[in-house]
Design a protein around this ligand. Sequence first.
Ligand code: FAD
Length: 319
Amino acid sequence: MAEVLVLVDHVDGDVRKSTAEALTAAARLGEPSAVFVGSGLDAARDFLARFGAAKVYHLDGADYTDHLVVPVAEALAQLVEKTGAAAVLLPASNDGKEIAGRLAIKTSSGLITDAVDVQPGDGGGVKTVQSVFAGSYTVTSTVTQGSPIVTLKPNSIEPAEAQGAAADEAVEVQLSELATSARITERKEKASSGRPQLTEAAIVVSGGRGTGGDFGPVEQFADSLGAAVGASRAAVDAGWYPHASQVGQTGVQVSPQLYVAAGISGAIQHRAGMQTSKTIVAVNKDPEAPIFELVDYGVVGDLFSVLPQATTEVQNRKG
Ligand code: FAD
């Protein structure tokens, strides 16, 4: 069975759920092989085995950790050539997409970004599904050249456990001089909010201009649900919440099980980032707000009254 390479998304061996989704998708296409960059493989191995990785290629050392994404793209290109990989699946993060683009060029392969589903193609190859134009169209595509390179949108595929060996496979890579020509000179960890990562979270609670700059009720409701906090562009442009939290066309695209929009009107550019959420709930005091056109559940009311009541109710039910 042909190998399908999956670039592992992790921080020091703490593997993100998106990798379980990618390994699940890879198993539909062939034999999943994990490509693990950097340190922490011992901590990650059980996770990779539990989601079906048969092999693990470990790219370790300063060449990979002290430089930007070029060495990883070069190494993946050599792995694609060596293994004749049936496909390469990568996270749809900024780094993942940059690596995917470079890899597609290096291997003369077709590239699909932000796929929400991956299946074997009817006549072989890989069939992908993307949700485009603010979720108003679904596009099915097939790569017709090379090894399909696909970035997967998080929370799109239900991870399925499937025991694999996650056995180390030797990998020898020759990096070009150019690959290490940009070096990382400093890394600063961002202060953690203690909440899940926006793109990964199963639940996202977002606030908009309707918060008037007070994200307290949004954060408290999010915390009662173990959710991530997002924001509309109006809220981040006003300086009420960090830009990294912006959901939408020019922000982060999320696809959680539950998306709660509080004090957000539902502009097309906001929808573009959240429309593929499984269940959408809005709290808005204007019954005519466009967000109500796409919700599963809508509450017409003042968020400063609705969210605290919902928070108390969730806390009571949790006991
Ligand atoms: P508003 O549209 O002002 O809506 C506020 C809502 O809050 C209203 O519906 C109001 O009824 C309600 N409200 C007020 N007070 C309360 C209360 N107390 N309780 C309950 N409800 C209340 N926007 C994004 O979000 N993400 C993007 O990525 C993005 N990209 C863009 C890219 C381009 C090129 C352009 C032109 C625009 C982009 N925008 C984006 C901006 C977008 O068009 C909207 O302006 C923005 O989403 C509006 O944010 P909002 O819904 O918070 O504010």
